[in-house]
Design a protein. Structure first.
Length: 252
């Protein structure tokens, strides 16, 4: 099996590794053997472990999973020229990655937390000769979409990359609303989870506006609740959330 070398062993690296572990040999590079052992234990398969100092990247396929602010520092601890770097760093441009890591090629990828259950929506861009390999590799953790520019990927970071956090806020608030009206907490949470599971299937094939129209009868319960969301500027806040996340991605 082909080997994928992870540089960084945080939560996103673990989520991606869970999707790849059955089809690839995994090598994980970090700064602490203790944390690498924990990574291996949580992953549930044997991995090759290495410390970061003077690690040789020659001809390796790298999954780069460090924090964006640490690119410069980490680069000083690596040697050699990787065949390709797949970077999951938000806002970190291809040009910067090439400058500091000196690989043959770079592909930026923006997965999300659903990678750990094989349901990530991962956007990709970079050196187009590695498009097919990127789609195959990241396809192991969910859906992929190749974008033509880094600007689009930075926008997608605010939508799909950060989106799970936005949806958790909505999910928690809806359950809290049911509890406020007198529903038991466990029942409210179970109902909310069922709502999200079903909606995730529906939205694949039907435009959101059509789904809304299909459930909103004149003067009914949905219309009353939907009006409250509009009164609370939920739509405008969602649009603004993408704008703020995109702006932040360009600053990293």
């Amino acid at each position: 099996m082909k080997t994928i070398t992870f540089i960084g062993n945080g939560n996103m690296a673990l989520s991606i590794a869970k999707g790849l572990k059955d089809n690839y040999n995994l090598e994980v590079v970090g700064r602490s053997l203790e944390k690498l052992d924990k990574f291996e234990s949580e992953l549930g398969v044997n991995i090759k472990k290495a410390l970061m100092d003077d690690f040789n990247c020659d001809d390796k396929t790298i999954m780069f999973c460090v924090k964006p602010a640490n690119v410069e520092t980490v680069s000083t601890r690596l040697t050699g020229k990787a065949r390709v770097v797949f970077s999951v760093l938000a806002g970190t441009k291809v040009e910067k990655l090439k400058q500091y890591l000196n690989p043959h090629a770079v592909v930026r990828a923006m997965p999300n937390l659903a990678a750990q259950v094989g349901k990530s929506m991962t956007t990709l861009t970079g050196d187009v000769e590695f498009k097919d390999e990127a789609v195959e590799l990241l396809g192991a953790i969910g859906e992929t979409l190749w974008l033509s520019t880094e600007k689009e990927l930075d926008i997608a970071t605010g939508l799909a990359g950060s989106g799970p956090a936005y949806l958790t806020l909505i999910a928690e608030a809806l359950a809290d609303g049911a509890v406020k009206q007198g529903m038991k907490r466990d029942d409210a949470m179970a109902t909310m989870r069922g709502l999200f599971a079903g909606f995730g299937e529906l939205i694949q094939d039907v435009h959101p506006a059509l789904l809304k129209d299909g459930v909103m009868s004149p003067g009914g319960t949905t219309a009353a609740g939907y009006g409250a969301l509009e009164d609370g500027n939920v739509r405008a806040s969602c649009i603004d959330a993408i704008a703020k996340a995109y702006k932040r991605a360009t600053e990293l």
